[in-house]
Design a binder for this molecule. Sequence first.
Ligand SMILES: C[S@@+](CC[C@H](N)C(=O)[O-])C[C@H]1O[C@@H](n2cnc3c(N)ncnc32)[C@H](O)[C@@H]1O
Length: 313
Amino acid sequence: MPETQASTNVSPNPERSAILREAVEGVRSAFARGDLDGAAEICGMLVHVNPDEAAFRALQGQVLRAQGKSSDADAAETRAVAIVAKRLEKQAKRGRVLSLGERMLAFSDVLFLGGPPATFVALGQMQLLVMLEQGMESHHRVLDVGCGTLRAGIWLMKVLEKGNYFGIEPHQARLEFGKEHVAGPALMDRKQPRFDGNAAFDFSVFGERFDFVVARSVWTHTSKLQISAMLDAFAAHSAPGAVLLTSYLPVSAGRPDYLGEQWVGRSADSPVGGLVAHKTEWVQAACKQRGLRVRALEDHVVNGQIWLRIEQI
Ligand SMILES: C[S@@+](CC[C@H](N)C(=O)[O-])C[C@H]1O[C@@H](n2cnc3c(N)ncnc32)[C@H](O)[C@@H]1O
């Protein structure tokens, strides 16, 4: 079911709150039964009655995404974000100016940010730190695969020269949120990043050779086929001496080797979370097959995700 954070305490009237709570429960149970049309119908009613309630728009977005209507889902989620943004703007005018982390907490009610809001800033900055430690310099051309809400992108753009940050992200609502509310118009204008929405790990779209490629919390959702596509793309579109930094979950007692062919977890096509693990030996063999060397980094292991440094032999 969608992991909705839809608040039902949207009305000061307790009776109305109870009705709304029941309606949200109705959406959840219809979703759990696989009755997406039923869930969509209740969402439509909630939004019709409460057009300015961000939580209901967000819930509708999740149901639409599960129905495969990703552009309608983007529109619903973008509307939810706009409602929250307006509220924050009003607060700012009254003198309550929030930090990036505080703003992410407010937005996390209506949009998945790529991870928990409490660590949004730290995990974005950690990605920049790892890349700097591994040799990234401001003149390098950097591709962020699955760049999401620009959790890392904001910091990378700050450091990189104009025109050197590139991102691939198929989830349009997430990327638009990142441009507007994470990086913000001024940084976007100053650094002129480029983006693409392809879901095929096609790096050729930019017509560039990259010095660094980063993919945080991406191999934790990908199939082996998708990892192979990414390694092929890295081998084909990287500059001499280029480095791919990616995080993965090794196989463990509770996490078997993932042998499916689909992305697992939230994406442009799914509102449902999930994680996968891959055998280290398989990753090593896949790299070797393409003339690539792989080494696990000892530092910055967060949530069990280990960084891999991959480069041409
Ligand atoms: C867990 S999030 C991590 C986002 C980002 N790397 C970060 O650290 O915040 C994974 C991202 O990969 C994106 N994604 C899903 N399928 C993808 C694909 N086929 N190609 C590229 N990105 C994809 C998702 O939409 C999501 O934004």
